[in-house]
Design a protein around this ligand. Structure first.
Ligand code: DGL
Length: 262
């Protein structure tokens, strides 16, 4: 057993979609979340910058004595996970590997992925898919406007509809579509409405929560205390819309009331 919290971070509010899934699956686990709002967006930054920011957030979480870290961000997973895994002893789980394992089991051979510009440029998803599912057709599309719109809370207005439509119009005939940026589940309904009904839309948070559960079981890291789980959210800058959007996702006023600056 290990009663320390799970640590998580993203550039902003997107990782809360992962937080929600982990919280649902593991209701006894405490979670510390960092939204790196001072550095948002990650998606347009260079690989070197993403590695530096990822190191900083991991060190913040290590200081808070977490037992495991989830990189709740596609951009940081695709460009920095490999590098940071070599540097720290704490176990680190990203969003790509657990998702690919799921897709492999489903035997899909025509997969779409939408993500930030940095993620698509890194080919992180494309390489991981090709590695595990040879001969898979991949349609990859950068959607740089979606994460900033999500931070703004523009998730169902006319601009959101038009933007999603524009990005999705070439995404044809895929069997599954990976939401390769953790902000994108906020647009799930709009995205689904642009695709044929048989396309499976993949929220990476669900896959990550399964991977975290498995890791905790296999390594005997379960939180055994009887009290309610404790959640703490920190931001690197509080001059932002994080709280408003987090409220929509969390449906829980109490958690957002205690948001602090790190
Ligand atoms: N939520 C992020 C991701 O999964 C980052 C979006 C951004 O900061 O550009 O890629």
């Amino acid at each position: 057993m290990d009663n320390r919290p799970i640590g998580m971070f993203d550039s902003g509010v997107g990782g809360i979609t992962v937080f929600q899934e982990v919280r649902k699956k593991l209701p006894n686990e405490d979670i510390i979340y960092i939204g790196d709002t001072a550095s948002f967006p990650y998606g347009s930054k260079s690989k070197e910058t993403i590695i530096e920011l990822t190191k900083k957030r991991i060190e913040d979480l290590i200081q808070k004595n977490v037992k495991l870290i989830v990189i709740a961000c596609g951009t940081a997973t695709s460009q920095a996970l490999e590098e940071v895994k070599k540097l720290y002893d704490v176990p680190i789980i990203g969003i790509i590997e657990p998702t690919i394992e799921y897709l492999q089991k489903k035997n899909y051979h025509n997969i779409g992925v939408i993500a930030t510009t940095g993620t698509i440029r890194s080919k992180g998803w494309q390489k991981a898919i090709n590695d595990k599912i040879p001969n898979c057709l991949i349609q990859a599309k950068a959607c740089p406007l979606l994460a900033p719109m999500a931070e703004e809370g523009w998730i169902e207005n006319e601009i959101a509809k038009l933007t999603v439509h524009e990005y999705m119009k070439e995404m044809k005939n895929v069997e599954a579509l990976i939401l390769g940026c953790t902000h994108y589940p906020l647009f799930r309904e709009l995205i689904v409405s642009e695709l044929s009904s048989n396309v499976e839309v993949i929220n990476t948070g669900e896959m990550v929560s399964n991977a975290v559960e498995l890791y905790i079981q296999e390594h005997n890291l379960k939180n055994m205390k009887n009290s309610e789980a404790n959640y703490q959210i920190y931001l690197t800058d509080t001059e932002c819309n994080f709280i408003e959007v987090a409220k929509i996702l969390l449906k829980d006023e109490d958690i957002v009331r205690h948001i602090q600056k790190i």
